[in-house]
Write a protein that binds this ligand. Sequence first.
Ligand SMILES: [Zn+2]
Ligand SMILES: [Zn+2]
Length: 63
Amino acid sequence: MSFEAKYHGPCAYGDDIEPGDLCTFDEDENIAHVSCPAKDATDQPDWSSVCQKCFLQHAGECF
Ligand SMILES: [Zn+2]
Ligand SMILES: [Zn+2]
């Protein structure tokens, strides 16, 4: 179920919901954008910083 936000508030994916944005509730009942730019950003990792051995993003040497 989606609806237009009436109030300014935090999105579950970390950005801000503005009044009029199309929103829904995630599995944890947190309000979130239906099509969230912050979620899209995390879905597409920066490949230049991804480990070439395990294809994960991690700090330091590959374990
Ligand atoms: Zn969002
Ligand atoms: Zn690695």
